[in-house]
Design a protein around this ligand. Structure first.
Ligand code: ATP
Length: 250
């Protein structure tokens, strides 16, 4: 039986005259990877920001695990198990990978600005952080300073930081951005391993990655979802092809 962990109904958000989110309806099945694709400026980031609680919609509802979370703060949503991947800008570059993940663990219980020293002595927190690093294959580099690892490893660190919050669902905004071929392939493998255990909503421009990962795809154009289907069906969808061709010739 299909179970939708996330349901978005009639979501609207405008910025002045721009309808960044225009009547979005979306249902994501538990354990699946659901990708959102669409031309630049289609409203993908704005949609993710509303799901994570970073920005408030003008109207509409977001249900997670069967209850409305639309009025919850970002922190509350994260506690409920809906976590947005941290951006590289939130990685603290002079700290080690382990310390960064420990900070993320700490953030979940509302004490992100606690003094560092007593925290580093917290063995449980350390173990939890190490487990998250292991999930993305970074446990052997836990003591490396974030500034000294590759861009790809920094992006893996972002995912580990999100996983440290023990989410049921991960919101990932372009996890392959700026990656080379090998790094991208590594991220694809990491996400494949998470499938089933975690539900993932993936916004990504790398179509090869999207096509190899997504169970379902939604196509966002001018703030509106014009199609939701399997990879195969979307590839053959004329309206989708037109939307992209239109974008390419704009
Ligand atoms: P990209 O693929 O280029 O990252 P996107 O699909 O993520 O684009 P958004 O960044 O969500 O698209 O933007 C959707 C539309 O809303 C764009 O027209 C953008 O200019 C506009 N927009 C987004 N945020 C704001 C804001 N804070 N104020 C005004 N307009 C905004």
């Amino acid at each position: 039986m299909t179970e939708h962990i996330l349901k978005v109904s009639s979501l609207h958000k405008h910025f002045g005259g721009i309808y960044a989110t225009d009547d979005v309806n979306l249902a994501v099945e538990r354990g699946q990877i659901h990708a959102i694709i669409g031309p630049n400026g289609a409203g993908k980031t704005t949609l993710l920001a509303q799901l994570s609680g970073q920005i408030r919609p003008d109207s509409g509802d977001i249900e997670f695990g069967g209850r409305s979370i639309v009025n919850y703060s970002m922190a509350r949503r994260a506690r409920e198990g809906l976590a947005r991947s941290f951006q590289i800008t939130s990685v603290v570059m002079p700290m080690t990978l382990l310390q960064n993940v420990m900070l993320a663990v700490q953030g979940t219980d509302g004490h992100s600005f606690r003094f560092w020293a007593p925290v580093s002595e917290d063995r449980d927190m350390r173990d939890a952080a190490m487990a998250s690093l292991a999930e993305v294959g970074l446990d052997d580099r836990a003591d490396r300073v974030a500034a000294n690892v590759s861009h790809g490893e920094q992006r893996q660190l972002e995912v580990a930081m999100a996983l440290a919050m023990k989410p049921r669902m991960l919101l990932l905004d372009e996890p392959m951005a700026g990656m080379g071929k090998e790094e991208g392939a590594m991220m694809v493998e990491i996400l494949k391993r998470l499938r089933g255990d975690k539900t993932i909503l993936l916004v990504e421009h790398d179509m090869d990655a999207v096509f190899s990962l997504a169970d379902e795809l939604s196509v966002l154009v001018n703030g509106h979802i014009i199609a939701t289907d399997t990879v195969e069906a979307i590839r053959n969808n004329l309206e989708v092809q037109r939307a992209y061709l239109g974008d390419a010739h704009a």
